[in-house]
Design a binder for this molecule. Structure first.
Ligand code: ADP
Ligand code: MG
Length: 389
């Protein structure tokens, strides 16, 4: 699927756009990980049983909280880390297994990290041309010229790294990685040292640049907005394991675990019980999309954009607080049972705390998680805001 047309497709044909991605498919996979585990300590794997593939020209985002194993996976792909189980195949060639470690320099991988690692004593053009010594001077000049234009660095080619802004240094690092025409470009949180405005601009520029150069890339981030805006596919990681591999739209609307639901956006989880074709909850009935047996206890995931406030005298839900976010107001609401849910309303809809309200829930997709004793539907706490009954 092409990232630039997914939004349109979602409107036209939700079913197709939200079709669950195959975690591993063949086709023209540039990279394939199969059951990969890596360990820094013999007894405890840092990442475990990771399988996914990346197709030619695709952008994959590895998304997850700090310490979940994103960098470890990149390092294994680059050949800096051995795998303890599983295999990594690059352009059809086995490069990593328990007994195989093809050296980094034979993998034709480009890398850009959070710290740009430019050569401080070399001008911009020389930094970009650094790996091109095997080419003639005119060939080098042509490549550097193209990349200066593509990365918006024209006019800065004679500056030294310390004479550039953070965003410009990051562009040089990108240009230097792309100059070698890597089969795969790895980017580890490349925008985390930039201020939010610059990071947002760099994201757009990087996306355009990767598309223009048809570069296959893996971008590591802990920021779901960044993953959604950049990726064709997102791999969500938690504690060294792959929780879900899917399109950004499916990750947001059809999360398969409570952790993913919570990590990629604000979510509330409302208890319910299956009664034949519906799930009955305090917020009304939802379709029994998973055809669970009558009597099964579930939680229904609801996003703030699915809940609408209807001021109603005598209603027994109450506004608790309003958080103004510029383009929207996010309301904290207490239901009659005491359960807290959230509603995002337009920036101009202002209700005072204590106002009695009814709620209208318009969820395009009903996401249910069965509640079972061995798998409590409680994601671990992090910067998301889920509230679980
Ligand atoms: P992320 O990039 O998602 O923040 P990492 O891949 O850096 O996560 O780390 C995954 C896990 O491996 C963490 O528990 C981390 O503490 C551990 N780890 C990372 N690097 C090393 C190392 N060099 N030695 C020992 N443990 C490490
Ligand atoms: Mg990391």
């Amino acid at each position: 699927m092409n990232g630039s047309d997914t939004g349109e497709q979602l409107v036209k044909n939700e079913e197709t756009a939200l079709a669950t991605a195959e975690p591993t498919s063949n086709g023209s996979a540039v990279l394939e990980l199969r059951d990969v585990s890596c360990a820094y300590e013999a007894t405890r794997p840092a990442v475990e049983d990771i399988s996914f593939s990346v197709q030619q020209g695709e952008i994959l985002c590895l998304l997850g909280p700090s310490g979940c194993g994103k960098t470890t996976i990149l390092r294994a792909i680059a050949g800096f880390e051995r795998v303890t189980t599983g295999t990594i195949t690059l352009s059809g060639r086995l490069v990593s297994s328990r007994d195989t470690l093809v050296p980094t320099e034979q993998r034709h991988i480009g890398m850009v990290f959070q710290e740009y690692a430019l050569f401080p004593h070399l001008r911009v053009d020389k930094n970009i041309a650094f790996g091109l010594n095997h080419l003639s001077r005119p060939q080098q000049r042509a490549i550097v010229g193209d990349l200066l234009a593509l990365t918006g660095l024209r006019g800065l080619e004679h500056r030294y790294p310390h004479e550039l802004s953070g965003g410009q240094q990051q562009r040089v690092a990108l240009a230097r990685a792309l100059a070698l025409r890597p089969v795969l470009l790895l980017l580890d949180e490349p925008f985390s040292n930039l201020d939010p405005d610059m990071a947002s601009r760099m994201r757009q520029d990087l996306h355009a640049l990767l598309r223009q150069t048809k570069t296959t890339a893996i971008l590591v981030t802990h920021d779901h907005d960044e993953a959604f805006s950049m990726a064709d596919h997102v791999a969500v990681l938690n504690r060294g394991r792959l929780e879900q591999f899917d399109t950004p739209e499916a990750i947001y609307h059809l999360p398969t675990t409570p952790f993913v639901a919570d990590f990629v956006g604000q979510a509330d989880f409302v208890s319910g019980v299956v009664d034949n074709h519906v799930v009955t909850t305090e917020l009304g009935d939802f379709p029994n999309t998973q055809k669970l047996a009558t009597g099964t206890k579930v939680v229904v995931m609801i996003r703030p954009d699915d809940i609408h406030i209807v001021p109603t005298k005598g209603a027994n839900a109450r506004i608790v607080a309003r958080q103004f976010k510029g383009s929207e107001n996010v309301y904290t609401i207490r239901l009659a049972s005491g359960q807290i849910v959230h509603s995002s309303e337009s920036s101009l809809s202002i209700y005072q705390a204590g106002t009695a309200i009814a709620l209208r829930v318009v969820a395009t997709h009903t996401v249910l998680f069965p509640q079972s004793p061995e798998s409590p539907a409680e994601p671990e706490s992090h910067d998301g805001n889920a509230s679980i009954p």
